[in-house]
Ligand binder design. Sequence first.
Ligand code: NA7
Length: 550
Amino acid sequence: MSVQSSPAQATEAYDVIVVGAGFAGMYMLHRLRGLGFSARVYEQGGGVGGTWYWNRYPGARCDVESMQYSYSFSEELQQEWDWSERYAPQPEILQYANHVADRFDLRRDIQFDTRVERAMFDERTATWSVTIAGGKTVDARFVVLATGCLSNARKPDIKGLENFKGPVYHTGNWPHEPVDFTGLRVGLIGTGSSGIQSAPIIAGQARHLTVFQRTANFSIPARNGALTDEERNAFRKKYPEIRRFAREVARNGIYAEQPDRGALDDSEEERRAKFRARWDRGGLTFMYVYNNLGLERAANDTAADFVRGKIAEIVKDPETAKLLQPNSHPIGTKRICIDTDYFATFNRPNVSLVDIKADPIEEITANAVRVAGRDHEVDALVMATGFDAMTGSVAKIDIRGRGGRTLNRKWAEGPKTYLGLMSAGFPNLFIITGPGSPSVLSNMIVSIEQHVDWIADCLVHMREQGLATMEADTEAEEKWVAHVNEVASGTLYPQASSWYMGANIPGKPRIFMPYIGGVGVYRRICDDVAAKGYEGFVMGWAEVPQAAAS
Ligand code: NA7
């Protein structure tokens, strides 16, 4: 199948337009090409890598171990690439993305520095008309949104920010040139993953670092370190099992021992010993000591208390330690952070912590952040204030489906999708790792590969059956949205004001966006839907003949 421009119409046309050249867009392109579809990728950045292209802040690392946060689709690739550390730093992940682009010759079909402004569905021709920056319009049968979940950096609306005389950086949109804080007084706003990763590095450079904390966060030591050849080879040998487990068994797409008991099934002493062992090992699997930490408050409290105790042990000043101890949400209900020396950073004489929960920032002046009437003087500001997560990048595109209805209007009360893959009224528009899929609750590369493969199979099915359109059925979508919410409400997650709930964006509807049922369960549901002839999707034939078929 290939849509081509007829001589009379000069419009460029493809089978598929992919928006975004991060890990999702790159793999989508690779699959499409392999299946003989014509495809074009538009990427607003100047290179591949998506979130890893933009998030260049000091200390940026993935919180999933690199041997697992990597593509599995190519045996050669996973055998060849040498990750240097347990958690590779951002430059290395970006290097990997570039390596993949080169190795699979992807760049020739990617147009960089190009924002997609609009996508309009023409019901008569069953074609998407996509307008890119500069006004050029390109047609495609299908559009795949590979726009990423954490790529729309959000600078909060703080009074007086525009009056600040020094540089203001955002961790999610960091300059490509080196930033040197030597000799400067730096203010860091935000203590999510980005703030927690960057604080120790900035503190090591700056004359003084003031951290403005609204919500204290749970963080587990990364225990990062160089990977030995032996460790890499052990992983590689075990890859078939590791990858299978991550795809089919693990809830979060990460290979790890699965807990077989609840926290309250052990004595306090046994519990402490297990928490200590996981703390010493480091990393995200801390939450997998027991099988009910995300479900039962009493069980969760035991893990939260353990971490609070560790913070009190590490941080010397009791007042500061108390402020750093999270009390506002169950552990794990906001994405747990993985750090290197975050809490110990507050023992440095050049670091101070300001609580902006009790007293929010009043104003930013030319050279200070004013809190409770006191000016904290700073020469530079770092906003580690997060993203308009999961829907923000999609919302920036003017997407119009059937009847000219916009996706933003449809999602005004919260994103509605069937399986996270499609939204009713928007035929032939796929979303990768969208709201309603495990997405940000999982190892993103596992979820990306699953979505891309599912979409690729679906396009082949449509080609073989001569189908022109595919669209989520409204009823199936309603049921799925209800299911996503029902599963979330059976957990402790909705108890936190997190970006999973859209709670970090003023005015954004609060609904639990990712599907919490687990990647293995979710994969089976998607496969089952496909096996049943794409149950819950409505397929259609073209109202007018397609331009060409091959
Ligand atoms: P996050 O996790 O959204 O963290 C943002 C932080 O910024 C968080 O501490 C927020 O406090 C704080 N914040 C946001 N707006 C404000 C304002 N207006 N004033 C003060 N403080 C504010 O983003 P990250 O970039 O750290 O991490 C995102 C994900 O990337 C992470 O989960 C990993 O998966 C990788 P709040 O908690 O809202 O009170």
